[in-house]
Design a protein around this ligand. Structure first.
Ligand code: GRF
Length: 203
């Protein structure tokens, strides 16, 4: 039995969260719950349809620290050891991340997917920024989360082309397809210990 109990965090539509959740169900990976900070996030209905528990912890009228403490409380109650971020629109503090620090690997057991080829176009709008810049090729990045913005060690990347007559919507659609293929592959590597933390390429 796999002992890497994990949670997925999402703030929005939740297409990546759904792909990961379906993948976890299929492979018997211990997804304990999905967490969202938005009570009307699309991810909630997606999880309902899959019969997966969703916990909503909004940050109304509380400090970032209180918000993170509430999240930590839920995570420790459920012995969560890994987190997969899938469109979670909050920066996790160093104090939060410390709870997931793996001293042997030198990483936090928190993984994110970002819609650009990092280190290009970090931040909130990777697709739009890459598209507006006029890139001919773009891609997506799965990386460990560190104290910076989209700056943790890269686990995997996958590329796609921008076509000449692409509108931003076409570009994003193509990118999301690539995300949905790549993220489950990384999840397999982590859940099955086939990703060698200790041999990874460091910056
Ligand atoms: C994705 O593009 C992901 O890379 C980024 O946020 C977006 C979330 O989309 N971090 P969805 O909610 O998974 O559909």
């Amino acid at each position: 039995m796999n002992n890497k109990r994990f949670s997925i965090f999402a703030s929005g539509n939740g297409s990546n969260a759904e792909v990961l959740a379906r993948h976890a169900l299929k492979n018997n990976y211990p997804l304990e719950f999905v967490l969202t900070d938005k009570k009307d996030a699309g991810v909630i209905d997606r999880m309902k349809a899959l019969d997966i528990k969703t916990i909503v912890i909004e940050r109304n009228h509380i400090t970032k620290k209180e918000h993170e403490n509430r999240i930590i409380e839920e995570l420790s109650k459920n012995n969560i050891s890994w987190i997969f971020l899938a469109g979670f629109m909050r920066i996790l503090s160093p104090e939060f991340l410390e709870n997931f620090y793996d001293p042997k690997g030198g990483i936090n057991r928190v993984v994110n997917i970002h819609p650009s080829l990092l280190p290009s176009f970090p931040g909130r709008s990777g697709y739009k920024d890459a598209f507006d810049y006029g890139v001919k090729v773009s891609g997506v990045t799965v990386h460990f989360v560190d104290d910076g913005v989209d700056s943790g060690d890269i686990i995997a990347q996958s590329v796609f082309e921008r076509k000449n007559n692409d509108e931003i919507e076409d570009f994003i659609r193509r990118g999301l397809e690539v995300e949905h293929k790549l993220y489950p592959i990384v999840m397999d590597q982590i859940m099955n210990d086939t990703y060698d933390l200790y041999k990874r390429i460091r910056r």
